[in-house]
Design a protein. Structure first.
Length: 323
């Protein structure tokens, strides 16, 4: 019988094993950035299945297990892991802002079950990729930590923007909070631009000739495309610590984002240049793109200086969480 989970373990006795859903793309990417040893596990419907997955994970004798995200039944997995091996340390990491829970009552119940597993002693620490969520639950007595997502390390591109035919990336799945329509329209308002995206339905007011839909891509396909852009946009209505923004920076490509995360908090210049507050205004976003192009050389230099600072902050948050 084919297992319903996938084990991607590259070390004989890994200190840390991550567990995530195979189809939750952003969370999956963030999990592999934490550890190369990952179990991809979809929803778990029964305690029997949870026990089976726990047995398979524990065969590798990890000291720490990070439950990254909270598909239905991950609370059962935490319980099974702890009951089978009480010495193993279990950490839970949430990648979701409070806004996301609006009318998503099933998912809210999954988070509640994970916090109940923490109260029961199965989960030792709870991390949040949204600082406000960590602070809120800490005040409620949860052993909560703010944990920043860590990107992979990529070669920096020496790209000079082609202002006669700028390539603009608008990334993310077609979900309301990704704000794709406003960003695509903003990009189209830049003269002679070509817009690249993952997915978006057809709209009569979007120029079909200048928009290329690449579909859902693997990481191996996505990163080269991301770094081939002149600029990337990730101006969402709500977010935590988005991987796309830090991946774009890691490739040396400026990425405009919304004022929903603290990614540029340690650089006043980058925050001023790359954070757009008028997130549902295509004209404001268009003007922001033009501002970035006018200051492109300095922005790239500032990114190069900033990345070691950001990586240091990210690693510090992970050390505090996992110590």
């Amino acid at each position: 019988m084919k297992p319903f989970f996938k084990a991607n373990i590259i070390e004989k006795n890994p200190e840390i094993i991550g567990v995530c859903h195979p189809h939750w793309r952003g969370i999956r990417s963030a999990t592999y950035s934490l550890t190369a040893n990952v179990f991809e596990v979809p929803e778990i419907q029964t305690l029997l299945r949870a026990k089976k997955v726990a047995e398979e994970i524990l065969k590798y004798q990890p000291k720490k297990i990070i439950l990254s995200g909270y598909p239905c039944g991950y609370d059962l997995l935490a319980k099974s892991l702890k009951e089978q091996r009480p010495a193993v340390r279990i950490f839970f990491l949430s990648h979701t802002p409070f806004t996301w829970y609006t009318e998503r009552f099933d998912e809210t119940s999954w988070l509640e079950k994970m916090l109940n597993a923490h109260k029961s002693g199965y989960i030792e620490k709870v991390g949040f990729a949204k600082e406000a969520a960590a602070l809120y639950f800490k005040e409620k007595g949860v052993n909560a930590f703010f944990v920043m997502n860590r990107p992979g390390k990529y070669d920096k591109t020496k790209r000079i923007p082609n202002l006669k035919n700028p390539q603009i990336g608008v990334w993310g799945s077609h979900m309301w909070h990704r704000n794709l329509v406003n960003q695509v329209l903003a990009g189209l308002m830049v003269e002679n631009s070509q817009i690249h995206m993952n997915e978006l339905p057809e709209y009569f007011f979007i120029d079909k000739e200048r928009v290329k839909r690449h579909g859902v891509l693997s990481k191996e396909e996505y990163i080269p495309l991301l770094r081939s852009m002149d600029i990337n946009l990730y101006i969402s209505f709500t977010d935590c610590f988005p991987m796309t923004v830090i991946e774009s920076m890691s490739c040396g490509i400026p990425c405009i984002t919304s004022d929903t995360s603290g990614i540029y908090n340690w650089s006043d210049y980058l925050k001023d240049m790359l954070v757009e507050s008028k997130i549902d205004n295509p004209v404001a976003i268009r003007d922001r793109i033009k501002k970035v192009f006018k200051n492109y050389s300095r922005i790239k230099k500032e990114i190069a200086v900033y990345l070691p600072i950001l990586y240091g902050k990210i690693d510090q948050s992970l050390v505090e969480f996992l110590k």
